[in-house]
Design a protein around this ligand. Structure first.
Ligand code: V55
Ligand code: FE
Length: 493
């Protein structure tokens, strides 16, 4: 008999579900735009076993790959565990063998040399392959049709980094995938690997450099000519890990850095710009440059780390509702020496940004992200941070225009994906899971489809999910024609 800790990470909306299901023909209210055909993949952490430590985090949950498949006017749902080495070892033992989040010193000795990544953060599609990623290890390849796990992914033995980010960036013109791994040389190392693969999925380049200090670099960005590496002071320490402590502690007094280098350049060309102390960044909306050395990055920045356990480990006492922040644009003049750059506020606090894939690394007119509805009570508890978002924003960073879909307190909005429209005058569609509290400990979920250019309007379709869903982290849209090009189909043929 398994019970889970009575904490926000394991109860309420975050209560583990642990169901692998396949359901055809979900009930649809409204009309799904006929041009929406393909797969909405989601990464869902869902611990298969009670954690070894009651105060562990939702970030430790075993990765599940989930798919809403839009085909011939039908929507089918499926979800399956990623068969990581860790998942398989614990399944065999019928209990958790891996200890604290990213602390191998707390593991059962029987799994000393077993890969401990949980592949729970982002499903990434590149060159016909689907990967489940987690920044503490290598990706796992998953079959996009069967959702079965193919195995750990290292670019056919070419990748040297021991880790790979959950936030890769794909250039819309070249099809190259740019990515990085931090703690690339091992636990707590300051090594960062910067790499890219060509449009066919071959690793072309991997260069290593040293970070100013070992920090959680959750995301990065590319523009047409530059790569941007954000270092914010959520730091790690091998001695703390040896003592059984947390991997991450936020440092309110430590400075931040932005590394900027030519995206096809040498890491020796990296320029480091010193930023303000104590700030935290998880996700970056986009970056772009003007071809003449003016390089900008737009990111969600907050004045401390949003994760309560990372603040606590750093001795920071701050309530969730007292965290300040904004969407900020940092602009670097790469033609001039020096450490200074320009900062501009673009929008209210929030996270989980989305832009059309076609504008990755390019100037863009609008983007979307999640925030908290200032009207009504506090948002639903749950999700990886412990507090859900309940407001979808569309923002035009150029002129400050903001449109919003604000939901009442009992609702949670998961990260939207964007589906481009065939109509060039249409901004495309946003699709996201909405969770709603329907009883003291009962929750119901739907997939909503919203007109990207008119987020304040009611959804054009709501798809009912007949099982409970645990909050996802990130998602990825793969259109029908790309699914048909899956490497797994070719390799099976
Ligand atoms: C994040 C998520 C993670 C993680 C580290 O959203 C950071 C941020 C789902 O796992 O391990
Ligand atoms: Fe993320």
């Amino acid at each position: 008999m398994t019970s889970f800790p009575d904490t926000v990470d394991y109860s309420g909306l975050n209560l583990p579900v642990r169901l692998e299901v396949e359901i055809q023909n979900l009930e649809v209210e409204g009309t799904i735009p006929p041009e929406i055909e393909g797969a909405f993949f989601r990464a869902v952490p869902d611990p298969a076993h009670r954690p070894m430590f009651d105060d562990d985090t939702a970030l430790s949950g075993d990765g599940m790959i989930s798919r809403f498949l839009f085909e011939d006017g039908h929507v089918d749902f499926s979800i399956k565990y990623v068969h990581t080495a860790r998942y398989l070892a614990e399944k065999k033992a019928r209990k958790a063998l891996f200890g604290r989040y990213r602390n191998p010193f707390t593991d059962d000795p029987s799994v000393k040399d077993v890969d401990r990544t949980v592949a729970n953060t982002t499903p990434i599609w590149h060159a016909g392959r689907l990967f489940m990623t987690k920044e503490d290890g290598r990706a796992y390849e998953v079959d996009p049709n069967t959702l079965e796990t193919i195995g750990s992914w290292d670019y056919h033995g070419a990748l040297k980094s021991q880790t790979m980010t959950a936030h890769a960036r794909i250039d819309p013109e070249t099809g190259e995938m740019f990515f990085f791994g931090y703690e690339a040389g091992g636990l707590c190392s300051e090594d960062i690997a910067y790499a890219y693969a060509d449009k066919d999925g071959n690793l072309v380049s991997e260069q290593w450099f040293r970070a100013p200090y070992a920090a959680m670099m959750h995301d990065f960005a590319i523009s047409k000519n530059y790569a941007f590496f954000p270092i914010f002071p959520t730091t790690t320490d091998i001695e703390r890990l040896r003592a059984g402590g947390e991997h991450w502690a936020h440092r309110q007094d430590q400075e931040s850095w932005m590394g900027v280098m030519p995206r096809y350049g040498k890491v020796e060309e990296m320029r480091w710009f010193r930023g303000p102390p104590g700030m935290s960044v998880f996700h970056i909306m986009n970056a772009f440059d003007d071809g003449e050395g003016q390089a900008s990055i737009d990111m969600h920045i907050s004045d401390t780390n949003a994760f309560p356990f990372m603040r606590k480990a750093g001795g920071i006492e701050r309530n969730q509702w007292e965290i300040g922040g904004s969407l900020q644009r940092w602009t670097f003049d790469m033609t001039k020496p020096g450490e200074t750059f320009e900062v501009r506020d673009l929008g209210p606090p929030g996270d989980m940004p989305r832009i059309p894939d076609a504008l990755q690394g390019r100037p863009y007119r609008h983007g979307w992200y999640l925030s908290i509805n200032p009207q009504g009570g506090p948002p639903l508890a749950g999700g990886p941070v412990g507090t859900a978002f309940n407001c979808l924003l569309r923002i035009e960073p150029g002129n400050g225009r903001i449109d919003a879909m604000g939901l009442p307190p009992g609702f949670a909005i998961n990260e939207p994906i964007h589906i481009p429209s065939r109509d060039p005058d249409h901004e495309g569609w946003l699709m996201f899971v909405v969770d709603q509290q329907v009883g003291e400990s009962d929750f119901a979920s739907e997939v909503w489809i919203v007109d990207g250019g008119n987020v304040a309007a009611p959804p054009v379709a709501k798809i009912k999910v007949p099982v409970r869903l645990r909050p996802q982290v990130h998602g990825w849209w793969v259109p029908k024609d790309q699914l048909a090009q899956a490497a797994s189909l070719k390799e099976a043929a």
